[in-house]
Design a protein around this ligand. Structure first.
Ligand SMILES: Cc1cc2nc3c(=O)[nH]c(=O)nc-3n(C[C@H](O)[C@H](O)[C@H](O)COP(=O)(O)OP(=O)(O)OC[C@H]3O[C@@H](n4cnc5c(N)ncnc54)[C@H](O)[C@@H]3O)c2cc1C
Length: 169
């Protein structure tokens, strides 16, 4: 499906947009940017906050089925983790052992993966300032969860991309 969508478009992997654009300013009339909106504007109003997650992965040799399901959420304050992923259930693995990942909520710091936006008043206000800058850039579409500083499930982010495409094309 992805191959069909891309056709013969040139694709560069492992390439940081900001590094690339330094040597290729003006390469595109329109850019779809799906990175952090605050990074695009060089954090001029300060960084937006994110929540991150940390995974602890464990192989359990004497157990072929740890939790009977790929994902179990833990909402009680008694568990330090928020989810356990048991990987084999995603593809019906039949191994005599199992591998689980415990997912711990973690405060985001620069250099970590920014997983979730923090939807409090201070960050909403900060995002609004970046959005005002973004609205002045007719040459850039700020898309996706990082561009819009918004949590999207996959179906929602694809719907949003299709909406953008319908508007643009
Ligand atoms: C921990 C976690 C669990 C989730 N679980 C689910 C789930 O169970 N079900 C579900 O429907 N959704 C889930 N989601 C949400 C799903 O991952 C998102 O909806 C989807 O990935 C959003 O797509 P996106 O294109 O906006 O962002 P991303 O998938 O993050 O894509 C953005 C892309 O931009 C690239 N990028 C960023 N900055 C730069 C840069 N400077 N230079 C070059 N490239 C850059 C990134 O490398 C990345 O490839 C989960 C998300 C998280 C964080």
């Amino acid at each position: 499906m992805v191959q069909e969508m891309l056709g013969d478009t040139e694709v560069l992997l492992n390439t940081d947009y900001f590094e690339f654009i330094k040597g290729h300013a003006g390469i595109a009339k329109k850019t779809i940017y799906t990175g952090n909106i605050d990074a695009f504007f060089d954090f001029c109003y300060g960084p937006l906050a994110y929540r991150s997650v940390r995974f602890e992965t464990e192989r359990i040799d004497d157990c072929d089925n740890y939790q009977g399901n790929a994902v179990v959420n833990y909402t009680s304050h008694e568990q330090p983790y928020t989810r356990i992923i048991e990987h084999k259930h995603f593809n019906f693995g039949k191994q005599p052992f199992t591998i689980i990942s415990r997912e711990y909520s973690a405060e985001w710091k620069p250099g970590m993966e920014p997983y979730y936006p923090v939807n409090d008043a201070a960050n909403a206000e900060l995002y609004a300032k970046y959005k005002a800058l973004a609205d002045q850039r007719d040459d850039v579409i700020f898309g996706g969860r990082l561009g819009a500083y918004k949590y999207y499930d996959m179906d929602k982010v694809i719907a949003e991309a299709l909406n953008f495409a319908a508007q643009e094309l």
